[in-house]
Design a protein around this ligand. Structure first.
Ligand SMILES: Cc1cc2nc3c(=O)[nH]c(=O)nc-3n(C[C@H](O)[C@H](O)[C@H](O)COP(=O)(O)O)c2cc1C
Length: 183
């Protein structure tokens, strides 16, 4: 019997939106499929879901700040080199704006600027936010630079509105990841 090759490490960024709870399912799905998962949470993501959930599901400590170094090498540099792909799910309007503007003021945004591997964003926000000209321009800028997007879906969002803004379901995000890294 031949053993299958170990699957690569995925960096899973979680930002501060209601859909952060769905990122736990994505994390679990990735781990069950054999991927290593290193979760990186923004400070605001921690207001929605506890880091303990992700630490337990990923079986790794969660990266939440730039300044706690597990090693001699800054964590974002090490992870940029190690992870095959960065997926941010849910991805806030704020993160999209920071990434488009090259802002690197926390662990996740610094990782995004440091990596040269595929980056996949799963936006989740109120439809008014998704259709705002600033967000539209930032998305176009990132797409021009080769950043990949999955969703958002059209439907009912948690704040009560209807329209484009729902985060894609974890299964769809998982498929997009698998396709991008050919795993
Ligand atoms: C209850 C609540 C829900 C929110 N949901 C979203 C959301 O789904 N999408 C979004 O872009 N921002 C949402 N926000 C606003 C973000 O949390 C805010 O822009 C924050 O600065 C994002 O920080 P981060 O991108 O560093 O995680 C929400 C705020 C609150 C209070």
């Amino acid at each position: 019997m031949t053993e299958s090759a170990p699957k690569p490490l995925i960096a899973l960024g979680v930002t501060g939106g209601i859909a952060a709870y769905k990122a736990a399912e994505l994390c679990s799905t990735l781990v069950k499929a054999g991927f290593g998962v290193q979760v990186v949470m923004t400070e605001n993501a921690c207001r929605f879901v506890g880091e303990l959930t992700f630490r337990t599901l990923s079986q790794r400590p969660v990266i939440m700040d730039l300044w706690t170094l597990p090693d001699w090498r800054p964590g974002h540099v090490a992870l940029a080199a190690e992870a095959a792909l960065l997926v941010v799910a849910p991805c806030t309007a704020n993160f999209i704006g920071k990434y488009a503007g090259g802002i690197a003021d926390d662990a996740l945004s610094t990782l995004a600027i440091s990596t040269r591997r595929p980056v996949l964003l799963a936006p989740a926000m109120n439809p008014e936010m998704w259709s705002h000209p600033a967000v539209r321009e930032n998305v176009a800028t990132l797409q021009r630079r080769g950043v990949h997007f999955v969703g958002p879906a059209v439907g009912h969002v948690a704040c009560g509105a209807d329209g484009a803004g729902r985060m894609s379901e974890p299964g769809l995000i998982f498929s997009a990841i698998s396709e991008l890294i050919g795993a």
